[in-house]
Each structure stands twice: as structure tokens, then as C-alpha cells.
Ligand binder design. Sequence first.
Ligand SMILES: Cc1cc2nc3c(=O)[nH]c(=O)nc-3n(C[C@H](O)[C@H](O)[C@H](O)COP(=O)(O)OP(=O)(O)OC[C@H]3O[C@@H](n4cnc5c(N)ncnc54)[C@H](O)[C@@H]3O)c2cc1C
Length: 455
Amino acid sequence: MALQRRVAVIGAGPSGLAAARALDRAGLDLVGYEAHDDVGGLWDIDNPRSTVYDSAHLISSRTTTQFDELPMDSSADYPGHRELLRYFRTYADVFDLRRHYRFGTRVVAVEPADDDASGASGWHVHSTGPDGATTVEHVGHVVIANGTLAEPNVPTFDGDLTAELLHSSEYRSADVFAGKRVLVVGGGNSGCDIAVDAVHRAASVDLSVRRGYWFVPRYLLGRPTDTLNQGRPLPAKIKQAVDSRVLMLLNGDPQRFGFPAPDHKIYESHPVVNSLVLQHAGQGDLKVRQDIRRFDGDTVHFVDGTTGTYDLVLLATGYRLDYPFVDPKHLAWDGPGSGGAPELFCNIVPPSFNGLFVVGMLEASGIGWQGRAEQAELVARLLAAQAAADDGDVAARERVEAFRRRVAGRWPDLTGGYRYLGLERMSYYVNKDAYRRTVRGYVRDLTAPKSGDRR
Ligand SMILES: Cc1cc2nc3c(=O)[nH]c(=O)nc-3n(C[C@H](O)[C@H](O)[C@H](O)COP(=O)(O)OP(=O)(O)OC[C@H]3O[C@@H](n4cnc5c(N)ncnc54)[C@H](O)[C@@H]3O)c2cc1C
């Protein structure tokens, strides 16, 4: 098999599986690497890189999240992680994807062959197998799908803390809270889920937040909220006006429950899909605190001058992008801690076309696994067209060149008209409708028309 048809896939989570499926269907020759012993990514709570906890369920609803090709065999609107793991195992079985993977095998380095950063000579993928032996594979392309929610973002705080300190990445079960005075730091989706867990076990629960959030209930009119208004996206300004009024009607003003007023309009940051946190705040089960000023023994000083005393501080402060096996310059990136994300066309393709691709570097409200599958489809169609062009297919060459011209030209606006907060975690955020429409358009343009197709 020619080098240009040989593709490595790193990771067998939802994104890696979607990549394996798309590349396999496009007739490319792939070798997959998964550090854990099976598929499922972070949805396998036994995967050491997993960041789910016992109570974790989908935040987006089942039908908006699942792969189009394989509807989930479930009646739950928001299935839990165990059911999701079964789904990914079924997906791997149905499309016979495990045969491509080396399990228990961690990629430790991805380097350009012959030191040629253009990627023209392909890439060397160095991996360590279950027996500890290192192997090197020479491939034409590498799809990086190692996940975005594994490397904890741990802020620094002034002072010393004597209370137990955990990051949400280490949190598995509410047993850890039993009888303790708990402070959860960060009011995103994980922070709110975990604070709600803690309410049932801890002696007391405080939740420290830096900014106000928009809280979206899981259900509206008896249906999962994100299933309403599907396929007919409203212009950003109208959607913001309508949805913020609806939330005001349903939840009232979150300031009544002690939360600060949001410093942004709805959808300019990731909304918190949680109906319970406001209820528990209203019941007095948890107290909302402001940002932390400093630690002092078991006491935490907040910026408003108040203090609290804790046995356990749990940081739900998010995650950082992490591609430790590849020099960040190959991903057009200044690296972890730079405040930004790799500058990739549609969050997928380095502008240098060096043969590396990232699938799954995507945050968006409701993008689901289908959004990741469409990223994978774009990579597969591009590589298939390139391979056909190498075999002398002139029309395929034109399709590849047209795509390259797009990448060299002005990049599409993927914000959907929303002005996202200038935070590190928002640096790869997209609007799901604008993003999927754009990616699907490129997939169409890269696909050979079937005889009889009108294009
Ligand atoms: C609590 C929680 C709730 C969530 N809810 C939703 C939701 O409702 N909807 C939604 O769309 N998303 C949700 N997510 C986001 C979640 O990240 C995605 O659903 C999905 O798991 C992303 O898939 P992935 O394949 O990109 O990454 P992952 O699932 O993280 O998989 C990455 C895989 O790569 C492997 N790997 C990493 N490094 C290497 C290496 N060097 N060599 C070999 N293998 C490697 C890992 O072992 C892992 O199996 C949630 C996340 C959490 C934590």
C-alpha cells in the first residue's frame, strides 16, 4: 500500500472511532493506536484518561449527540456513561473497527520523516505497546484524536491550603464528600454536576464562581431542550433575545440564588445545562461564593472579603489542550499555556497541509458526535481525493486544489454571529450550525460525483 494511503489514528474515543470509520469507508489503510485496552475514550470510566464520574450523563441529548449512522438503542434522553460506553463498543462492533487498532499502545512521538516538516516524506509514529516495547511506523498522514478533556487546567492561588485539594479530573464518586465541608470551584457543567452530587453527601457545599452563567433546563415543554428548534437556526441576535427571555420566565434571575449576573449574552460562552443547581441553591443546600482571593490553611478568602472553612476543595476549573507527542509548531500552535488553540482550518487542517489532522478539537453547544464524524469525513474525503489524484484522476486533483485554495484564502466564519468570550477555553469554540454547514459543504465539494449526479 502506498505511503500516501497509510493513515495513523491516535485515540479510540468517539472522534478516533469516527475517523477510523470514515477512513475505512474511503478505502484508506489505517493503523489505530489506543493507550487504553478498548474503545470508548473518556466514556470508559476505567480508562485512566477518563474524566467522567459515577453520576455523569450526557449534557446534550441523545438524539442530537449520537452518530447519524447508528442511532442509540436507548430510551433515555440523557444516557449515563455506562450506556454510552456500550454504544461505542457497539459502534466498533457494527463497523468492525477494532481490527485496525493496537490497544494498550500509547503514541509517544509523531515526527516528520527525513526531518521534512512539509510532511511530504510522511510521518514516523513512535508508540509503546503493552509489553513496553517501542515501535515506529511510517505513515503518510496522522489523525490526532486524543481528546480535549484530559489535561487538567489547575490555576494557581495565593497562600497555602491545608484542606484536601482535588481536580474534577480525579473525581469519580460522591463518597469522597461524605461528612466534609466542601468547596467546588468553577460553575461550568462539571462544577454544577459535582456540586449537586456533593449536596447529598457533604456536611456543607459552597460553589465559587468567577462569573455569572446562563442556566438552561434539561427539559422544556416535556422535551429535551436542545431538540427544540432543530434544523431551523434563528439569527444569533433573535435567538439570544428569545432564549434569554424564556430562561428569565423559567428560572427568574440567577442573582436571586446568589449567582453574579452573567457578563455576557447567552451563547457567548458555553451554557450550563443544569436545572438542579438553582433548586439546591434556593433550598439552601449550597451557597454561591465569589472568586477566590487566597488560601490560608483550611480557610479560603473570597474577593468580596468573606471567608469559608473547608475539608475539601474540588477544582472544576476545566482542561487544557494537550498534544504532548508532537511539536506544537506542526499544528500551527504556540503550545500549552499560550492562551490559544492550534490555528487549524475548520479546527482540523494545519494551513501548511503537512499531513497532520486533528479530529475532536471542538467545543460547541450541541455539536455532538455527528459533528466530530463530519470532521472525520472531511479528512477521509480529502485523503481519498488526494490518493485518486496521485493515481492520475484529474477531476480529483481539481477538487483537492480547490480545497487548498480555500485553506490559503479567507477562512469561513464559524461563530454563527455570536461574539464568544475571549477565554482560552473558547479559542476553539464554534457555532454548531455554522460549523456543520461549512464542513458538510467541503465534504460535498471533495466528493466525486456519482454518475447521474447533478452538481
Ligand atoms: C462529564 C462529561 C460530559 C460530557 N457531555 C457531553 C455531551 O453531552 N455531549 C458531547 O458531545 N460531549 C460531551 N462531553 C465531551 C466529550 O469529550 C466528548 O463526548 C467525546 O468523548 C470526545 O471524544 P474524543 O474521542 O475526542 O476524546 P476522548 O473521549 O477523550 O478519547 C480520546 C482517546 O484517546 C486516547 N489517547 C490519548 N492520548 C493517547 C496517546 N498518546 N496514544 C494513544 N491513545 C491516546 C485516550 O485513551 C482516549 O481513549 C462530555 C465530557 C465530560 C467529561
